[in-house]
Design a protein around this ligand. Structure first.
Ligand SMILES: *Cc1c(COP(=O)(O)O)cnc(C)c1O
Length: 388
């Protein structure tokens, strides 16, 4: 099928919408489970906040991954999709009482606790209901990451986790609580990290902390290093599947696990980003004195990443191969930050052209909003559109 025939086919469905490539998702999962399977101590909980679409979750579930949740709503979605609650973990700096109760009722595998007041509340609720909550302490390792400042989470100025300096006091407090069963330590330093040195710095920090635990005769069953592996937004076609091999090798080489310890991961973006594309159409091309604007029917309501953290997504005009011109590609929303690309080269573009915004499978559909009273975007599987 030519690019133009593909564009015509996409146009049969009202734009804008998310299009998911299930074959690519499956290929990504196969690579992931193959690389991870090389070490039986490795366990993956997929970070469902990246993408909670049933088309995607079906494959994740079939691949045997657990789920990393950051809200009660996510626990409910994962339960409704048939994931085993024991293979769910629950992080977040602000867990409401009902969310903690839900987690306890469902019997989730682990609460990743981010503060002492939260620990107290979980202990209280667990004790009242005659339960014991399995928990990991989320430690803020004060390790930076080379990524956008809005998605760095592991610095001491960030709101996430418990200060390293307080770790031993909190461990002692947790061990004294009847409703709490402390099983491990949790870390997550940020997202869209492509420099493996950042993960090495995390490993070094965890090694230090574990040495200190050893010195006090303490041990943890689980070390959870979170997610954060980045993807190639510049060249999605040539790098469709992230380098999971290199990622796991970083941990294999640099992190010293103790006897009987499990190493848990929570990848989100790396698993789902490349399998999703936002399909839109050009409403107008506006030729101003300084700029040509391509105005799409998709905007920050469908994909907020460019407006929220200057994210770059590759933009492809599926309807045209003509000589290129320089355009700003923008959405219809009443915000100047509703811009997908500035001074980008596209083939000569006109009203009705189909535009694919690539690598939109992570933090795309899950972040969609109804701003300007717009409807939430629909989603389709590429399989269905091709079979139609
Ligand atoms: C968001 C998040 C993840 C996943 O991050 P990615 O960059 O998508 O891999 C993992 N763990 C926690 C606690 C998170 O908040």
């Amino acid at each position: 099928m030519t690019k133009r025939e593909q564009a015509e086919r996409y146009k049969r469905y009202a734009t804008p919408y998310y299009l998911y490539n299930e074959a690519l998702l499956q290929q990504t999962l196969d690579t992931l489970t193959c690389e991870m399977g090389k070490d039986p101590r490795y366990v993956m909980h997929y970070a469902i906040k990246a993408n909670a679409n049933p088309i995607v979750l079906r494959h994740i579930k079939a691949a045997g991954l657990g789920i990393d949740c950051v809200s009660g709503g996510e626990i409910e979605v994962a339960c409704n999709m048939g994931f085993d609650p024991r293979k769910m973990v629950f992080a977040g700096v602000g867990k409401a009482d009902w969310e903690i109760k839900l987690g306890l009722e469902k019997g989730i595998g682990c609460f990743n606790v981010e503060s002492v007041p939260e620990l107290d509340v979980i202990n209280q609720i667990a004790t009242e209901t005659g339960k014991k909550a399995d928990i990991c302490l989320r430690i803020n390792p004060n390790v930076g990451a080379h990524t956008h400042a809005n998605i760095v989470t592991g610095l001491s100025d960030n709101k996430f986790g418990i200060d390293m300096a307080h770790m031993f006091d909190v461990i002692e407090a947790a061990n004294a609580m009847t409703g709490i069963n402390l099983i491990g330590l949790h870390f997550h330093i940020g997202s869209q990290i492509t420099e493996m040195d950042d993960f090495i710095a995390l490993c070094d920090r965890i090694n230090e902390l574990q040495d200190m635990l050893d010195a006090r005769g303490m041990s943890m069953k689980i070390i959870n290093v979170g997610g954060g592996l980045g993807i190639d937004y510049e060249a999605p076609e040539t790098n469709q599947v992230p380098d999971f091999k290199a990622f796991f090798e970083v941990y294999r080489k640099n992190l010293k696990l103790r006897e009987g310890q499990e190493l848990h991961f929570e990848l989100g973006r790396a698993i789902v980003a490349q399998c999703g594309t936002l399909i839109s159409q050009v409403l107008y091309v506006k030729d101003n004195t300084n700029k040509k604007f391509v105005i799409l029917d998709a905007g920050m309501t469908e994909l907020i990443r460019p407006a929220l953290y200057d994210a770059h997504h590759k933009i492809v005009n599926l309807s045209s191969d003509g000589p290129t011109d320089t355009y700003d590609v923008v959405g219809p929303i009443c915000e100047s930050s509703d811009t997908f690309a500035i001074n980008t080269q596209l083939p000569h573009t006109q009203r009705g052209d189909v535009i694919a915004i690539m690598s939109a499978g992570a933090y795309g559909e899950t972040m969609a909003s109804g701003y300007n009273c717009r409807s939430l975007p629909k989603s389709y599987s590429l399989n269905d559109i091709m079979a139609d």
